[in-house]
Write a protein that binds this ligand. Structure first.
Ligand code: PMP
Length: 345
């Protein structure tokens, strides 16, 4: 028997169903291909592989800072934005402190709360899927987590409610914008520039097509970012991942924007088809649709038998059972729709 940490005993390993499927719409990644500069950069950085990368990804920080008109000290990076959220919780909360977050939201957030020994307080979204600012503030949490567009609902938060949370929060507000590239013009990034208590997180895993390289980033005031960097530690971004992320950011911006627009167009076309089936997908600002559906788990299993993987959720607050369907090129959507039609029978 190895001596196990008591508080870890009931923490499950995060392992969503990943049976190999011909069409995998379960993780909201970019299904439109590989950014053009990736192959060139991968070849050119082979010689750097035997050496350690630079400790704190300075080139990517600089490139991102230029992109958003900030100083590099206002930018942090990580092994996915997961790493930044987890690091921020460690940076600002002691075990036993309260983390409040909207519910439903990104499934890893309550997991991060558990592994960091935090008191997790989920706060239901309002019936219109906006955040309940007063209820969140009433928790007195030292860190509040918001997500917009939200995973798994796809819905976006209103500026008024988010600003109310940020202005009233006694501590830090993390705004997870993993899907912001699919709703240009509606992001909250500028709050990370104008307020000292806001950390906005973003990722290269979704619109930017680099999920396999694990690159996330965040923006906040330099003193906030310095604490996150400390908690995260050095060498979390490989040199290869850093080089590719810089090139996709600087050379492939049009590719990324056009594919994100294509995803949005496919999403709305998919909405039409699902509505014609009698389903009622939630409004979405992301690259997926959440479809409330009693018995979603069984439907997803039948779709997997037809080699289409979508994510099923059970008993989500304010939604119930639902399928989350990622969006990709239309031929993939047609395959998914055919599998869904057969699985609904
Ligand atoms: N936030 C949200 C809302 C997500 O859906 C995801 C990935 N599913 C992440 C963060 C983490 O993404 P990554 O670690 O790949 O940057």
């Amino acid at each position: 028997m190895i001596p196990r940490r008591a508080s870890y005993r009931d923490i499950p390993l995060y392992a969503p169903s990943k049976r190999p499927c011909r069409v995998d719409l379960s993780d909201n990644t970019n299904l439109f291909g590989v950014p053009p500069s990736v192959e060139r950069v991968l070849t050119s950085c082979v010689s750097a592989v035997p050496r350690y990368p630079q400790g704190y990804a300075p080139e990517l920080r600089r490139a991102l800072a230029t992109c958003i008109g900030a100083e590099p000290e206002a930018v942090t990076t990580g092994c996915g934005s997961d790493d930044i959220i987890d690091s921020a919780l460690r940076a600002f909360l002691e075990p036993g402190d309260t983390l409040a977050f909207q519910d439903p939201t990104f499934v890893m957030v309550p997991m991060f709360a558990k592994v960091n020994g935090l008191n997790a307080v989920p706060v239901p979204l309002a019936p219109d899927f906006d955040v309940d600012a007063d209820a969140l503030l009433a928790t007195g949490a030292k860190v509040i987590y918001l997500c917009s567009p939200n995973n798994p609902t796809g819905t976006a938060l209103s500026r008024a409610a988010v600003e109310r949370v940020v202005d009233g929060a006694p501590g830090i507000v993390v705004i997870d914008e993993a899907y912001a590239d699919f709703s240009p013009g509606k992001a909250f990034l500028e709050l990370a520039r104008s307020r000292r208590n806001v950390l906005v997180t973003r990722t290269f895993s979704k619109a930017f097509g680099l999920a396999g390289l694990r690159v996330g980033w965040g923006v906040g005031s330099p003193e906030l970012v310095a604490e996150v960097e400390k908690a995260r530690g050095p060498y979390k971004l490989t040199g290869v991942a850093e080089a590719v992320a810089v090139s996709v950011l600087t050379d492939d911006a049009d590719w990324v924007r056009d594919r994100a627009a294509a995803a949005v167009a496919c999403r709305e076309r998919l909405r039409g088809e699902l509505t014609a089936l009698g389903l009622s997908p939630l409004p979405s600002e992301a690259n997926f649709l959440m479809v409330p559906l009693p018995g979603a788990q069984a439907v997803a299993e039948r779709m997997r038998e037809r080699s289409v993987n979508v994510r099923a959720f059970q008993g989500l607050t304010g939604v119930g059972d639902a399928l989350r369907v990622g969006v990709g090129p239309w031929p993939l959507m047609e395959t998914a729709l055919a599998a869904l039609r057969e699985s609904l029978r």
